[in-house]
Ligand binder design. Structure first.
Ligand code: CAA
Length: 248
């Protein structure tokens, strides 16, 4: 791809820790990066910080929980810049608590943001990818989908659902040059992980053979690898990146 015809990559939930690292890495690797956000104030600060760091990234507002909001946002992006080549379904939240205490709202918030979002975004880009015979869909799941985590029935269910989606969609679109893969990060140094009570977090880190939290740039490197043109034979896969915390 030359400078004018860069591949277009859309990252959802881009202003969080993982999303920021992904945007930077994809930009460094030559993509035209589009960042989706929901919180305007946070996005304005983020944009200023990215500009200071030399990153020219386009921001688009939209709620991944809302199908129509994603349809509108994606239509705007595509009419302004062209078809989306790479979709990174990264937006996600936690509402941790034992099921015996979990509210209906906390269940639905996590399923909507972490799983229904994957349908809302992917459904709106997939036909264009099929028409253009190229696409990369990358779903950011979690080690806690692969192994379960006390206090995360909502999160584990949503994140495990993402990989079911990956496997089936990979089969449906393989003949159109589209790959669909899951990345399952372990405990990465983000605000989400830092929100886990310190005592609990220390116990978790003690179970990681590498002996530390992962870096956001380590996950971003894998995202950019899967986004590249070179990975056209990798599809339906689930990449673990967890410092050895869960091996199977
Ligand atoms: N295994 C077994 N028992 C556990 C336990 C565990 N891991 N954690 C808590 N318990 C037990 C306690 O010992 C206690 O038992 P008793 O009542 O018999 O003493 C009981 O559960 C306490 O339950 P409470 O409902 O009162 O809950 P709490 O206020 O202590 O909080 C919790 C429970 C919300 C699960 C809290 O421990 C917690 O936040 N854990 C971390 C969850 C976690 O790892 N989240 C990941 C967030 S980051 C992320 O998700 C990113 C990613 O993809 C990796």
């Amino acid at each position: 791809m030359d400078g004018k015809n860069k591949r277009i990559a859309l990252v959802t939930g881009a202003t969080g820790g993982l999303g920021t690292a992904m945007c930077k890495k994809l930009y460094d690797d030559g993509f035209h990066v589009i960042a989706n956000y929901r919180n305007k104030q946070k996005a304005d600060d983020w944009y200023a910080m990215m500009r200071t760091d030399g990153y020219d990234i386009d921001l688009f507002e939209g709620d991944v929980c809302d199908f129509d909001s994603m349809a509108k946002m994606i239509k705007e992006i595509e009419s302004k810049f062209g078809g989306i080549d790479v979709l990174v379904n990264n937006a996600g939240i936690t509402r941790d608590g034992r099921l015996a205490k979990m509210s209906k709202d906390d269940w639905h918030a996590v399923i909507n943001t972490n799983l229904n979002s994957v349908f809302n975004c992917t459904r709106n880009v997939i036909e264009g990818m099929i028409e253009r015979n190229f696409g990369r869909v990358i779903n950011i799941s979690s080690v806690n989908a692969q192994r379960g985590q006390f206090g995360q029935t909502n999160y584990s269910a949503a994140k495990a659902g993402m990989h079911g989606f990956t496997k089936t969609l990979a089969m449906e679109v393989a003949k159109y040059g589209i790959t669909v893969n899951t990345i399952s990060p372990g405990y990465i140094a983000t605000d989400m992980v830092m929100a886990v009570p310190e005592k609990v977090r220390d116990q978790i880190v003690a179970q990681i053979p590498v002996g530390r939290l992962g870096g956001t740039n380590e996950v971003a490197t894998l995202v950019s690898f899967l986004a590249s043109d070179a990975t056209s034979f990798i599809t339906g896969a689930n990449y673990s990146i967890n410092g050895g915390q869960h091996v199977y």
